[in-house]
Write a protein that binds this ligand. Structure first.
Ligand SMILES: Nc1nc2c(c(=O)[nH]1)N[C@H]1C(S)=C(S)[C@@H](COP(=O)(O)OP(=O)(O)OC[C@H]3O[C@@H](n4cnc5c(=O)[nH]c(N)nc54)[C@H](O)[C@@H]3O)O[C@H]1N2
Ligand SMILES: Nc1nc2c(c(=O)[nH]1)N[C@H]1C(S)=C(S)[C@@H](COP(=O)(O)OP(=O)(O)OC[C@H]3O[C@@H](n4cnc5c(=O)[nH]c(N)nc54)[C@H](O)[C@@H]3O)O[C@H]1N2
Ligand SMILES: [Mo]
Length: 771
């Protein structure tokens, strides 16, 4: 008997349109009718006409409902209204599809066959329905019951001679309660091997903010965004990746605030928008501008721009003391003199060359900053996925400190996190370098003896698997095989494992690139009701601005009756792996309030967790730096004095950055379109500066070979990509992740953050040699 709710429809491969590729400038405002049309298409495609809109109405509500599984942009604190966006709707309906991938499907297709399918076709099969185990005899996945699945994992984990031979990956959707249990499982077992997607996105931000301010998070919240006189937005494609930020940008522009975008590309959010939930404006096509200044830095040029702003302020301060907040600098910071000296010594010509901007542009940025009373700097991957990501975020803080833009309304650093709960994951213990104080409390409260030595992060774990040092890989969500750098190497590493376990909602490549033994464990999604012995459960999540609130799934019928919640799966594995454990795993799962009560004792700022998380908008985690309390060695905010990095491409080479299209969620690609960049039916493209193309005798859509040279001199190549002329600085090129991970060597990670430098690959691009 199949466990699926409805007959399994092993449909033929559904590929995105294979129509002619087209690229033409997008001339419409962001969001608005283009978005509405796209949503209509998505709802039609997933067959969610009734449930889709109903679900969306339950999203991001102050009084229950579930948290959008999309990005980590905070909900509008003013409460009940439709704070939704096109891409949020896409993510929700993606989870709610009526399609199912059940045992007949797996019986009918060998893993070898499925490996030839596109990623789109794999996910398009629908929701996973029951636990599956890999059968090497037939090269297929076959059903296994939950107890046997847990026993299999438990048995392998128990048999390890060293717990550090296991690694536990997290993708940032996991709710706080499951997160807490997951890290407890790893640490009770005896390892800090907790790689996560944050190792590929905001590791640099966390390390930089901790070093400068003693807190790993931003300090500004949505109210601050509304009070700021200037917003600096660096390296974010907001219209696609944090669409609800458009509202904040449009509001700022309307009230006369300055909105400065720093990006090699002029992205849709840097022009104008129709505010996503303002239906009247939508009907009237009334767009609001979202930018007062666009600065097209070269890739990696942000640091030079920031230092130039500091230099200009310091020069101005010689005759205009108000250029700096001297009192703030004296009272709250350390290291100012050395920083000033460093800025003064850095020549303007170097700053122009490294930023790719003219002196006039650099001075204009400084002027806007100087004339604003209150400024917020916000950033995402354009800043972090670089060798100098940590230094650059610290330079942002330096610039903020010069004018006392911290600890007061309308000011502060404001990183834009990725996955909806990636920040909560870190808060709740997913950290391969845990703080000793956290481990002490965990030991005391949970009665375990957690390991003290640092564990492996994403890059580290891939190397360790390749060397045979890690032999069990558990993926709590995500799609590690595609998200990680150096695709072929990563795949070889995963295949060396004794056991790979993927807890997932949909079929993806990570199920096909597996160890000697392999399990697929299907879980409930965020939209689905999670009923345990103690009744319907809610999980909590934390947004980019440290607000923690509850998310309650409302779909009564899960994709399959066999799905377990993520906390239940963690508990099942833990019970099997740790038979003598004193942790009350099953008791925790009966009622997540019990998990929260324990978390309240372990986690800083979570006192009275169960009560506060039920307040209408949840609660904000205390942020010492926001109160001008700095948990740094000096007890003050610390200026950093990093030298200006050299980011210029070598002769004949270009710097290539990988990024998302408008129509994808990380490794999930919805279509081959990238609406705001004017692209239709094409993902195998590389955006290039026109002159760089001319130099290489390339015309639009000419096929090219892209060869990346890693630091160790090894090369990796993609063939047959199409060159697309685009407005970006000379020497810079861009294309889509995850496909371009093929080009990113495992060894090319930042020495400051250990993040793969996915925005800074050294490549040569030339006319394709083979047709
Ligand atoms: N719809 C949708 N939303 C998402 C995601 C998704 O895949 N789809 N992913 C989520 C996740 S996990 C994350 S981490 C975030 C990612 O959000 P983003 O950081 O916006 O992601 P990317 O697409 O990588 O885009 C990076 C941006 O940085 C710019 N850039 C590249 N190099 C540089 C540089 O050197 N300097 C500057 N200043 N800019 C540069 C690029 O032009 C691009 O605009 O989004 C989250 N939200
Ligand atoms: N070249 C390059 N590579 C990159 C990046 C880049 O900019 N350039 N960005 C990096 C970044 S910022 C990130 S965050 C990573 C993303 O890395 P991941 O987080 O590992 O990847 P996702 O594509 O978000 O994961 C999608 C899968 O998650 C599963 N899933 C979805 N919802 C749920 C759920 O509720 N529960 C569970 N258990 N599973 C679920 C589904 O099976 C789906 O196939 O990629 C990184 N890789
Ligand atoms: Mo991310």
């Amino acid at each position: 008997m199949t466990a699926t709710e409805e007959p399994d429809r092993a449909e033929p491969r559904v590929e995105p349109d294979r129509a002619e590729p087209r690229v033409e400038p997008y001339r419409h405002p962001a969001a608005g009718w283009g978005a509405a049309k796209s949503v209509t298409r998505v709802l039609a495609r997933t067959g969610e006409w009734v449930d889709g809109p109903r679900a969306v109405l339950r999203m991001n509500h102050e009084d229950g409902g579930f948290d959008c599984p999309g990005c980590a942009w905070p909900d509008d604190y003013k409460g009940l209204h439709l704070d939704i966006c096109e891409n949020g709707i896409k993510h929700v309906t993606w989870e709610m599809t009526r399609k199912r991938v059940g045992r007949e499907f797996f019986a009918a297709h060998t893993v070898t066959e499925l490996s030839g399918w596109s990623d789109f076709a794999l996910e398009d099969q629908g929701r996973l329905t029951e636990p599956m185990v890999y059968d090497p005899e037939t090269d297929t996945y076959r059903p296994i019951d939950w107890q046997q699945a847990f026993e299999l994992v438990g048995g392998v984990l128990r048999g390890l001679d060293d717990p550090n031979r296991a690694a536990f990956y997290t993708s940032g959707r996991l709710g706080n309660e499951a997160t807490f249990l997951y890290q407890l499982l790893a640490r009770e077992l005896g390892t800090n091997n907790l790689p996560d997607c944050s190792n590929m996105c905001h590791e640099a931000s966390g390390r930089a903010l901790t070093a400068s301010l003693g807190t790993g998070k931003g300090t500004a919240d949505l109210k601050d965004w509304e009070a700021a006189d200037a917003l600096f937005v660096l390296g974010v494609n907001a219209a696609s990746n944090a669409p609800r930020m458009l509202t904040a940008l449009a509001d700022a522009h309307r009230r006369g605030a300055q909105v400065v975008h720093v990006n090699p590309l002029v992205e849709a959010a840097a022009t104008r928008t129709i505010v996503p939930h303002e239906f009247a404006n939508m009907a009237l096509m009334r767009a609001t501008a979202t930018s007062t200044l666009n600065l097209q830095v070269r890739i990696g040029g942000d640091f030079a721009l920031l230092r130039a702003m500091a230099k200009a302020l310091l020069e101005q301060a010689r005759h205009d003391p108000r250029a700096l907040d001297q009192e703030f600098v004296e009272r709250h910071t350390t290291g100012f003199a050395a920083y000033r000296e460093l800025c003064e010594r850095t020549p303007w010509e170097e700053l122009e060359r490294q930023s790719g901007l003219s002196r006039a542009q650099l001075l204009e940025a400084a002027r806007v900053y100087r004339e604003a009373d209150r400024s917020i700097f916000s950033w995402c991957l354009g800043v972090t996925q670089h060798e100098h990501g940590v230094d650059t975020v610290r330079e942002i803080v330096n610039v903020l400190l010069l004018r006392g833009n911290l600890g007061r309304e309308g000011a502060g650093p404001s990183p834009v996190r990725g996955h909806s709960n990636v920040q909560g994951n870190r808060t709740c213990g997913i950290d391969h370098r845990p703080a000793p104080a956290f481990l002490d409390r965990l030991a005391k409260v949970c009665g375990i003896d957690p390991p003290r030595e640092h564990g492996l992060d994403t890059v580290g774990v891939i190397g360790a698997m390749a060397r045979g040092e890690v032999s069990v890989f558990v993926g709590m969500g995500g799609n590690f095989a595609m998200a990680a750098p150096d695709t072929e190497f990563t795949h070889r590493a995963l295949r060396r494992c004794e056991l790979t376990v993927q807890v997932s909602t949909k079929l993806n490549r990570s199920h096909l690139v597996h160890g000697r033994r392999a399990l697929i464990l299907p879980c409930l999604g965020r939209t689905e009701q999670d009923r345990q012995r103690g009744g319907v459960q809610a999980t909590s999540v934390e947004d980019s601005m440290s607000m923690v609130h509850l998310s309650v799934g409302m779909r009564k019928r899960a994709a399959s009756p066999q799905l377990l919640s993520e906390p239940a799966i963690v508990a099942g594995i833990a019970r099997a792996a740790l038979p003598g454990s004193a942790t009350p795993w099953e008791w925790y799962v009966e009622d997540y309030d019990r998990i929260r009560d324990t978390m309240a004792k372990v986690l800083d700022g979570f006192e009275d967790f169960n009560r506060r998380v039920r307040l209408p908008l949840g609660f904000r985690i205390r942020q010492p730096a926001r109160e001008l309390v700095f948990l740094t060695p000096s007890g003050k905010a610390e200026f950093s004095t990093a030298p200006l990095p050299d980011v210029l491409p070598g002769p004949g080479t270009l710097v290539l950055g990988t990024m998302r299209s408008h129509d994808q969620w990380n490794t999930t690609v919805y279509s081959d379109d990238d609406r705001y960049r004017g692209v239709k039916n094409l993902r195998t493209l590389v955006f290039m500066n026109r002159q760089d193309m001319r130099e290489r005798r390339l015309a639009e859509f000419d096929p090219v070979d892209i060869v990346a040279t890693a630091r160790d001199g090894s090369t990796r190549a993609l063939h047959g990509y199409l060159a697309v002329p685009y407005d970006l600085p000379r020497g810079c090129a861009a294309g889509y992740m995850p496909e371009m991970n093929v080009l990113c060597a495992l060894g090319d990670y930042s020495s400051q953050s250990d993040q793969p430098i996915m925005k800074h690959l050294n490549v040569t691009i030339s006319p394709a040699t083979a047709p």
